[in-house]
Design a protein around this ligand. Structure first.
Ligand code: AKB
Length: 323
């Protein structure tokens, strides 16, 4: 029986992964954790929740023992934009936190899911259909933490036989929780502003091409990989996954099919633009498709239609209950 600990459960992915895992494995078998109980009321009401600062290793080991955990989905992480404002803080969360999870898992024999990112690639990586194994050399501190994390995960697998698996996520688009401080956040904010105000000011250039993925595919992909036959996994962690390749102007055109008067303008953030420029335009996810059957369900058209429908209904409801 799976006994799962999710770190970073209050983040963009965590808030949706926890209910998804609870539906699949049973509410009591999935322990959500976050760095504070504040803002966690919904998670606390709906199942087991623990306050966890991932920089404190003993606390991780205690929780693994207390709840008889055998699998950790380690989502706690700082993103690329926030990381540039606080590189040492990012190092502490992304790498000290990861090594604590890996050590606690080594001591207890847990399997680990580690989300990496397209940020592992840098200006010297091939730009289009970036291969699974190629030059990386990232330039953002976030990318440096993610490539180091990938290598640490490989090390713990090769050295200690730990079952660690992971994906390189592109920008994640979702309608339940806003992302916090990423370079790809524009692709979520654009929907909120399109619905609320009919216009959006984008911090990336109109032609910045980056891969994106819609939340239902994020959830299905993570669990599918963790359930995959280990004998078929040649790469184990750090699989490229891709679903939607899009620029701000292409996303705008797609939104306009539903909101014809929608307008976008641009006010470029040089820090996040430099990060975006150093990332691939698109990824080659052949290895994920071949080794564990990765197949995204949402393309650009389907994602935009669903985002506008679900988010539109939610924002309308929130507005009317506030009135
Ligand atoms: C970010 O923009 O920092 C993240 C990512 C691509 O990993 N969404």
């Amino acid at each position: 029986m799976k006994r799962i600990l999710v770190t970073g459960a209050l983040g963009q992915i965590g808030t949706e992964l926890v209910p998804y895992l609870r539906e699949k494995y049973g509410t009591d078998n999935v322990i959500a954790s976050g760095k504070s109980a504040n803002g966690s009321e919904k998670l606390i009401e709906t199942g087991p929740f623990e306050v966890l600062d991932i920089t404190v290793r003993e606390r991780i080991t205690d929780l693994i023992g207390k709840h008889k955990i055998n699998t950790v989905y380690h989502l706690a992480s700082m993103l690329s934009g926030t990381g540039e404002a606080n590189p040492l803080g990012l190092w502490e969360v992304n790498l000290d936190g990861l090594i604590n999870i890996l050590e606690a898992s080594r001591e207890t024999g847990c399997s680990v899911f580690f989300p990496s990112s397209i940020a592992v690639f840098g200006p010297d990586s091939p730009k289009d259909k970036t291969p699974q194994n190629t030059i990386t050399r990232p330039t953002s501190i976030y990318g440096i933490s993610k490539i180091t994390g990938e290598l640490l995960c490989d090390y713990y697998h090769n050295r200690y036989g730990l079952d660690i698996r992971g994906l390189r996520y592109p920008g994640v688009i979702s309608n339940a929780t806003l992302p916090g401080g990423g370079t790809t956040d524009y692709a979520v904010h654009i929907f909120y502003d399109a619905i609320r105000h009919g216009r959006y000011t984008c911090f990336l250039r109109e032609n910045s091409s980056i891969d994106m993925i819609y939340m239902p595919d994020v959830l299905e992909g993570a669990v599918k990989l963790m359930e995959a036959d280990p004998g078929k996994l040649r790469h184990r962690n750090a699989f490229n996954v891709s679903a939607i390749t899009v620029t701000p102007s292409e996303l705008t055109e797609e939104i306009k099919k539903h909101i014809p008067d929608f307008k976008i303008d641009y006010d470029i953030d040089p820090v996040r633009q430099a990060i975006a420029d150093s990332w691939p335009n698109s990824l080659d996810d052949t290895a994920a498709r071949a080794e564990w059957g990765w197949e995204p369900g949402y393309n650009l058209e389907m994602m935009v239609e669903d985002m506008l429908k679900v988010l539109g209904a939610r924002l309308k409801q929130t507005k009317s209950s506030a009135e």
